[in-house]
Design a protein around this ligand. Structure first.
Ligand code: KG4
Ligand code: ZN
Length: 357
């Protein structure tokens, strides 16, 4: 079964062709990072306009690279939410238009479920229950997955997402947007023990797996002010105190993520651990999660960076089981800007697709 995936929830316009939910035939991503960088973050209005300009060529290229025409596609999966409303609508409306014109079924997919499914291309099917840590610019969620397409949210951020914390700290010290890749690079040159940032403690025992990153961000801000650290003038030549700050901040963020993952694993005894989302590109987090999994003797699936950041192959993979069983979203489907993937079972997803959209 050949699925065309379309993703436009934030600042990447992406399309991909995936066979049987696992084999990537093409994966085209037009990033808007260069456009948004000068504003220090994603500007929603500009993002939707750029999606509109790019979507047709991105989809056309994805089909061409896969060596297929739209008539050979069996179904279209498109990100329905969560995300920026204007951006989501560009992908949704394009997908609907294409589906209608070509007489193909289309299905709306949860972006976070897409991230979870990004492990589908380089690993065997996970063994269940699985534990998935999804860490991106907009989300930090820990899911227990008892079986495919069932998600129990066991931990989430109380404030900033992990990627957001990287982006805010980066902005604060003059390293620009997006913060994750540059902090990751500079941290490798610094001393992670130079500044010991304490980890947030979630007092509520019912939510002991939750995360909180705003205190860490404030601690970085305080440190910068107290030590009078000037913003970085040239990222190619950072000072010793900046690289130490990057290394110490990154270490604190990674320790917090791995700590909850460890606690969750001790409670839920997963048979596979999955790490996904843009922050899963982080070298220290990848190493930390691998080390934890080795200690627990649980297989760990961490996709290549091209699949952990936003892409449409993961959306096609998430849409595959739905299209395979004949699920189809209605023509009046709309964006679900804050669609939560939480305790959702197949039936709820189906109902949601019918009533809301
Ligand atoms: O999944 P993604 O592409 O988009 C969202 O759905 O948000 O994630 C983007 C986020 C940004 O916050 C970016 O700073 C972060 O992922 N990121 C990283 C790294 N690469 C990207 N964070 C830490 N270390 C990295 N190497
Ligand atoms: Zn994402």
């Amino acid at each position: 079964m050949l699925i065309l995936g379309i993703e436009s929830s934030c600042d990447e316009t992406a399309a991909a062709v995936v066979a049987n939910g696992t084999v990537v035939r093409s994966n085209v991503i037009a990033s808007q990072v260069a456009t948004h960088r000068r504003y220090g973050g994603v500007v929603p209005e500009i993002a939707s306009r750029e999606h509109l300009e790019k979507i047709d060529e991105v989809v056309t290229e994805a089909l061409a690279l896969a060596g297929v025409t739209i008539s050979e596609i069996d179904g279209i999966a498109v990100t329905q939410g969560p995300g920026l409303v204007g951006s989501l609508l560009v992908g949704i409306n394009y997908a609907k238009g294409l589906a209608f014109a070509a007489g193909k079924p289309f299905v709306g997919v949860n972006h976070i479920e897409g991230h979870v499914c990004s492990v589908a291309f380089e690993f065997p099917p996970p063994e269940y229950p699985a534990l998935a840590l999804v860490v991106s610019g907009g989300h930090t969620n820990l899911f227990l997955i008892p079986e495919p397409e069932r998600y129990k949210l066991v931990g989430r951020t109380r404030d900033d997402a992990a990627g957001e914390a990287f982006d805010k700290v980066s902005k604060l010290i003059g390293l620009g947007y997006p913060g994750g890749p540059v902090i990751d690079r500079l941290a490798a040159q610094g001393d992670r023990r130079a500044i010991i940032f304490p980890l947030a403690e979630i007092k509520d025992p019912e939510h002991s797996l939750d995360f909180s990153f705003s205190g860490l961000k404030t601690a970085v801000l305080r440190h910068v002010r107290e030590c009078g650290i000037p913003p970085v003038a040239d990222p190619a030549n950072p000072s010793g105190e900046i690289v130490d700050l990057c290394a110490s901040f990154q270490n604190a963020a990674v320790r917090a993520l791995v700590r909850s993952l460890r606690k969750a694993a001790e409670i839920h005894h997963p048979r596979t651990i999955l790490l996904a989302g843009g922050v899963a590109c982080n070298s220290e987090l990848r190493a930390g999660v691998r080390e934890l999994a080795a200690r627990l003797a649980v297989p760990v699936f961490i996709p290549s960076p091209i699949y952990t950041t936003d892409n449409a192959a993961m959306i096609a993979a998430a849409g595959y089981p739905k299209l395979l069983r004949g699920e189809c979203s209605p023509w009046d489907m709309s964006a679900e800007v804050s669609w939560r993937l939480q305790n959702v079972d197949v039936e709820t997803v189906r109902k949601k697709a019918r009533y809301r959209l």
